[in-house]
Write a protein that binds this ligand. Structure first.
Ligand SMILES: [Zn+2]
Length: 409
C-alpha cells in the first residue's frame, strides 16, 4: 500500500506515464492563466484506458487527416478575407521564432495574404532571439507592431508571479494572448492566425476545432475576475499603487468590443501539417533564422523557444511544480513526430530534465529584484509532496519515466 502524500494544485495523486511518449499525467492542460492560483484546480493531461495520452492520440489522428481537404478549407477561409485595397487582412502574432516565421511567410508568399505581424516582446530578449525577430521583419518582409511594456510594471508583475505562483512567464503568456485581439479590434482586422493547434500539447481533443475558440479567454467581463501574479487588479491598484492605465496592457480586450468586431481566431496548424522541426527548416531556408548557438539548459534542443532569457527559468519552475522538465516536453513532441524513439526520449530525460538554468539566472534575478536564496526557498515551497522526496539533503522525484524515482523501487 503506497503511502499517501499531500498533492498540490489539484494534480492526480498517482503518477503515471504515457506508454508512447514520456509525458506524465501531471501535465496541466488548462490555459486559464488569469485565475491560476496555487490552490486552483487544474485540468491535467488525459490518458485513455490503454495508458496513451491525448497528445499522442492527436498525433496519430494527424496521419489520418486529409490534409488536401484541410488546405481547401483554408483557401476558402482566405478567399473570404483576402483584400487588395491596401488594408491588412490578417494578423499573425509572434516573436519571429520558427513558428511565427513560417505562419506569416506561407500566408503572405504562398497564399497571397497581407498579414500584419504583432509582437509582445519577451521579458528579456536573448541576442539570437532578437536577431531572429529583426530577421523576420526585415528579411521576411512584414510590417510589425511590437508592444514595448512599461518596464517597472513588467518587473513587478514578473516578481509577483514567481512569488505567488512560481510562474515567471505569466506576464508573457497573458500579454502574448491579448495583444493580437487588441490590435485586431483597433485596426479592424477580422482574422487572427495562431500557429500550432493547442492539441499538440495534449489539450483536450474535443477542443481541437479551428473555429472561434472560447472567447472568454480573450475577453474581460469585469475587472474583479482578473488576477495578475496572483494579486487582484484592485489590490495592485490600491496596495501596490499601480495606476489602472499601467495594467491595461495585461488585460484582455473588452468582451463587447470583441463581439462587435467579429474577429475570427484560427490555428494554422489545423489546416497545414505542422511539425516544429519542419518549421525550423523552413525558417532557415527562407531567412537567416539561427538556432541557439549552444544547447538549451534543461533540454537537448537548440531551436525551440529561444527568444526569452526567462524561458529556461520558466521550464525549470514547471519541473519543480509538476515534475515535468523541458526535456520531457521536447522529447515527447519529437517522439510523436517520429524523430526519436521512446527509449531515446527516456535516456534524454534522464540526462537533461530539470537541469538548473544557470546561464541567465543571475541576470534575470537582478532584473526583477529577487535574490538567488529567495528563489531557492520558493522552489522548495512549490514542490508538491506527492512528487518530491528529500533524500540526504537532496530533492529527488518519487517517480520518473525511467522508473528510477525514490518510490519506484
Ligand atoms: Zn503520450
Amino acid at each position: 500500500m503506497p503511502q499517501q502524500h499531500e498533492t498540490y494544485y489539484g494534480l492526480p495523486e498517482q503518477v503515471a506515464f504515457c506508454s508512447k511518449c514520456v509525458y506524465s499525467n501531471q501535465r496541466p492542460t488548462s490555459a486559464v492563466e488569469f485565475k491560476h492560483r496555487p490552490d486552483s484546480k487544474k485540468t491535467t493531461l488525459h490518458f485513455d484506458e490503454e495508458g496513451v495520452c491525448d497528445a499522442c492520440r492527436t498525433a496519430e489522428l494527424k496521419d489520418e487527416i486529409d490534409w488536401g481537404g484541410r488546405e481547401k478549407e483554408l483557401l476558402k477561409l482566405l478567399d473570404r478575407h483576402r483584400r487588395d485595397d491596401g488594408q491588412y487582412d490578417c494578423i499573425v502574432p509572434g516573436s519571429g521564432g520558427k513558428d511565427s516565421f513560417y505562419a506569416a511567410h506561407v500566408l503572405k508568399y504562398k497564399y497571397g495574404m497581407h498579414p500584419l505581424t504583432v509582437t509582445w516582446p519577451p521579458i528579456m530578449y536573448t541576442e539570437y532571439g532578437h536577431s531572429n525577430f529583426r530577421n523576420w521583419v526585415e528579411k521576411g518582409g512584414f510590417d510589425n507592431i511590437s508592444f514595448n511594456q512599461n518596464g517597472r510594471v513588467m518587473k513587478l508583475l514578473t516578481r509577483l508571479s514567481i512569488e505567488n505562483l512560481f510562474h515567471p512567464f505569466q506576464t508573457f503568456i497573458i500579454g502574448q494572448k491579448n495583444i493580437a485581439p487588441k490590435v485586431a479590434v483597433k485596426y479592424g482586422i477580422p482574422l487572427i492566425f495562431y500557429g500550432e493547434n493547442e492539441a499538440e500539447w495534449g489539450n483536450p481533443i474535443a477542443d481541437n476545432i479551428s473555429s472561434l475558440r472560447d472567447q472568454a479567454f480573450y475577453t474581460m467581463k469585469s475587472l474583479d475576475e482578473i488576477y495578475l501574479g496572483g494579486v487582484s487588479i484592485k489590490e495592485l491598484v490600491e496596495r501596490y499603487d499601480i495606476p489602472l492605465a499601467d495594467l491595461m496592457a495585461y488585460l484582455p480586450v473588452h468582451r463587447e468590443e470583441l463581439e462587435k468586431s467579429r474577429i475570427e481566431v484560427h490555428y494554422l496548424g489545423y489546416y497545414l501539417k505542422w511539425t516544429p522541426q519542419e518549421s525550423y527548416y523552413y525558417a532557415v531556408e527562407h531567412s537567416n533564422f539561427k538556432a541557439r548557438p549552444f544547447r538549451t539548459e534543461g533540454t537537448f534542443n537548440k531551436y525551440a523557444s529561444i527568444d526569452d532569457k526567462a524561458d529556461d527559468l520558466n521550464y525549470y519552475t514547471y519541473f519543480i511544480k509538476f515534475g515535468i522538465g523541458r526535456t520531457t516536453e521536447d522529447a515527447s513532441q519529437e517522439i510523436r513526430n517520429k524523430h526519436l524513439t521512446r527509449e531515446e526520449g527516456c535516456a534524454l530525460v534522464k540526462r537533461f530534465d530539470g537541469e538548473f538554468p544557470e546561464r541567465y539566472f543571475n541576470e534575470l534575478m537582478d532584473h526583477i529584484g529577487m535574490t538567488r536564496e529567495r528563489f531557492m526557498e520558493l522552489c522548495d515551497q512549490f514542490r508538491s509532496p506527492h512528487l518530491w522526496a528529500k533524500m540526504d539533503g537532496e530533492w529527488k522525484l518519487r517517480h520518473t519515466v525511467n522508473n528510477d524515482g525514490v518510490d519506484d523501487r
